[in-house]
Ligand binder design. Structure first.
Ligand SMILES: Cc1cc2nc3c(=O)[nH]c(=O)nc-3n(C[C@H](O)[C@H](O)[C@H](O)COP(=O)(O)O)c2cc1C
Length: 198
C-alpha cells in the first residue's frame, strides 16, 4: 500500500504513522502555570535529539479548536518542563492525565501521585516515576497544527539502583519504560532486550 500524506491520506496521517513509527517512548510531561498549578500530560511525539548539548524535542499538537494544549502554553510562558519516564504500573494514572482538563485545573488533583520539587526548574517531578528529565525550552517552531518544542536538558534524576555509581554501567533489568505502539492505547514493554555482537 502507498499513502500520500500530502494529499489523499493527510486526514488519516495519525492512523498510518502511529503504528509504523513505533515504539515511541512516552514523555509524561509536567509543567506549571503562572499560579504554580501543576499540569501533567503524556506525549509520545517526543525524542532525544543530541548530546552536545543534550537536547530533546517534544511535539504537542494543537487542540481541535486550533489553540495550544496546556503543556505548550505553559512551556511558552516560563520555558520549563519535566519529562517523567513511565513504567507499566503508572499507565492508568498516566491515562487519567490525558483527559482534557480546563486550563488552570491540575490533572493531578485527587490522583494520589506525589510531586517532588525540581532542582534546576520550578516544575516538580512525579515521585513515582523511575527517571525525570528537567528541560528548558530553546525554541518552539509552529508548523500547521504542530508545535515542535526544542529544549536543552538541564538535570536528569534517576531512581537508585539503575546506574552503578562506580562505572555508570546500567542495569537493564531494573528499568522498563513502556512505549506507545498504536494510538490511542496500545503499548509495549521494553525489557525484551538482546545484545548483537558484530
Ligand atoms: C500515550 C499518549 C501519548 C500521547 N501523545 C501525544 C502527542 O505526542 N501529541 C499530542 O498533541 N497529544 C498526545 N496525547 C494526547 C494528550 O496527552 C492530551 O491531548 C492531553 O489532554 C494534553 O494535555 P495538556 O493540554 O494538559 O497538555 C497523547 C496521549 C496519550 C495517552
Amino acid at each position: 500500500m502507498l499513502f500520500d500524506l500530502t494529499d489523499q491520506h493527510r486526514a488519516v496521517a495519525p492512523k498510518i504513522l502511529s503504528p509504523i513509527v513505533a515504539p515511541r517512548p512516552v514523555a509524561w510531561v509536567t509543567t506549571i502555570d503562572a499560579e504554580g498549578v501543576v499540569n501533567a500530560a503524556p506525549y509520545s511525539n517526543f525524542m532525544l535529539c543530541g548530546f552536545n548539548p543534550p537536547l530533546i524535542a517534544l511535539a504537542p499538537g494543537n487542540k481541535e479548536d486550533g489553540t495550544a494544549k496546556d503543556t505548550a502554553v505553559n512551556i511558552r510562558k516560563n520555558q520549563e518542563f519535566v519529562i517523567n519516564m513511565l513504567e507499566e504500573s503508572l499507565l492508568a494514572a498516566m491515562h487519567a492525565t490525558a483527559r482534557p482538563t480546563p486550563y488552570g485545573v491540575s490533572e493531578l488533583e485527587g490522583s494520589g501521585l506525589k510531586m517532588v520539587a525540581g532542582i534546576s526548574v520550578k516544575v516538580p517531578r512525579i515521585a513515582d516515576c523511575p527517571a525525570a528529565i528537567e528541560c528548558r525550552e530553546h525554541s518552539t517552531i509552529e508548523i500547521g497544527g504542530n508545535r515542535l518544542v526544542v529544549a536543552l536538558i538541564q538535570r536528569v534524576w534517576v531512581r537508585d539502583g539503575l546506574f552503578n555509581p562506580e562505572d555508570l554501567s546500567f542495569d537493564i533489568s531494573a528499568y522498563s519504560p513502556i512505549a506507545h505502539r498504536i494510538s490511542p492505547a496500545w503499548y509495549c514493554r521494553s525489557n525484551d532486550v538482546f545484545e548483537h555482537k558484530a
